[in-house]
Design a protein around this ligand. Structure first.
Ligand SMILES: *Cc1c(COP(=O)(O)O)cnc(C)c1O
Length: 371
């Protein structure tokens, strides 16, 4: 085990640039020198790659994933007062997109897998419910067959917050392809991150595709004619060119994340004060891409401080707030599992900038804390 103190930030943002600086400079130079700033070939190339990779008929680059959700909800025809059920264990953006699109987000409790609990979904369906928007959180896909069944029986649509889910699968099917539409985020710290804000909408529905395509660029259709009201939420072309450059390495990046998760699991699973995420496994129902490594820890706050004192950065997801905790935004639900989870949850470093020795060091510091 490693004993010498290491400095391991939770996510080393400068490294995103420094690790690939020459490649990135070349790419930016090439794209910018050709004047390729807005809606150029890099974007359409990336959209094509992304739709192929994720097994979706269409991908539409947008400014960020939050915009993507707002846009596809508008495209679906969400109406004032329509309720959409979401997991409370998600970024507030899932809820805010629904509000911006005129709907009402209804946060429900999580199940054993810390993702949306299908039973809780069913219990929250009422006459105003029009859809369910599960979040494929931490790079793990929800039990979509159970959710689909509930949706079918109650005449609801499914859309997905797959901001963290690119490449993740459930029963062999990719996150982002279960519902009418989904969003992916390319925020720098996401599994496939760029150097700023960017996102995409995935859909295999041609009408939704066309409407989203129009909304993201001032209502213009493929011929450039304005056919409806729209807005500006285009995926920046330089960012698209950078994403194109990084995409060929994406499967390797997922493999590395799964390796890190395996090392965490091997070294932490015997600590009974911890509850770990399920370890990577090819043959179970889930193929996880480990956007995050989020565990539950006894004495979480003390552990966090202990890790910090030993040079290790950790993060409590969403600043420690589930959606229903935002009482000032009008939420008044009591969600037992989610509340319990947020008392103990902690995310360990999980990214391409840490090596095996770093992971072993983190594990030894945690072992030391509980022994
Ligand atoms: C990051 C994230 C978002 C927001 O993505 P942006 O591209 O920053 O808008 C939404 N939902 C989840 C679950 C996320 O992790």
């Amino acid at each position: 085990m490693q004993n010498t103190k290491r400095n391991i930030p939770f996510f080393n943002y400068p490294q995103l640039w420094l690790d690939d600086k020459d490649m990135l400079l070349d790419q930016i130079n090439e794209t910018a020198s050709g004047g390729g700033f807005i809606m150029q070939k890099d974007l359409s190339d990336f959209e094509k790659e992304l739709s192929q990779y994720s097994n979706s008929d269409y991908a539409i680059g947008v400014g960020n994933a939050t915009d993507g959700m707002e846009i596809f909800l508008e495209a679906i025809g969400l109406e004032e007062g329509d309720e959409i059920i979401i997991s409370s264990h998600t970024m507030l953006a899932t809820a805010s997109a629904i509000v911006t699109a005129g709907g009402i987000p209804i946060p429900v409790d999580i199940g054993d897998d810390n993702l949306i609990n299908p039973d809780a979904v069913l219990a929250s369906v009422n006459s105003k419910t029009v859809g369910v928007m599960p979040t494929q959180l931490n790079g793990r896909t929800c039990k979509m067959d159970l959710l689909q069944d509930i949706a079918d029986k109650n005449g609801l649509f499914i859309v997905e917050d797959a901001a963290q889910g690119l490449g993740s699968k459930y029963k062999g099917q990719y996150a982002g392809t279960f519902g009418l539409a989904s969003c992916i985020s390319f925020f720098p710290a996401k599994v496939l991150g760029c150097l700023g804000d960017a996102g995409a909408i995935l859909t295999s529905n041609e009408d939704i595709y066309n409407t989203c395509f129009q909304i993201r660029d001032h209502g213009r259709n493929h011929e450039g004619d304005v056919v409806r009201w729209g807005r500006n939420s285009r995926l920046d072309n330089i960012q698209a060119s950078i994403l194109m450059k990084k995409f060929p390495q994406y499967n390797k990046a997922i493999e590395r994340r799964r390796q890190i998760a395996t090392i965490y699991d091997e070294n932490l699973s015997s600590i009974e004060q911890l509850k770990l995420p399920e370890k990577p496994s090819e043959d179970s129902d889930h193929f996880d891409v480990f956007q995050n490594y989020e565990l539950e820890a006894m004495d979480r706050d003390k552990l966090k401080i202990h890790l910090q004192e030993n040079g290790i950065g950790t993060l409590i997801q969403w600043g420690g707030y589930a959606v229903h905790h935002y009482k000032n935004l009008g939420f008044n639900q009591e969600l037992k599992n989610t509340d319990e989870f947020f008392k103990n949850c902690l995310m360990l470093p999980m990214n391409l900038f840490i090596d095996d020795e770093d992971v072993l060091y983190i594990c030894s510091v945690i072992q030391d804390f509980y022994s």
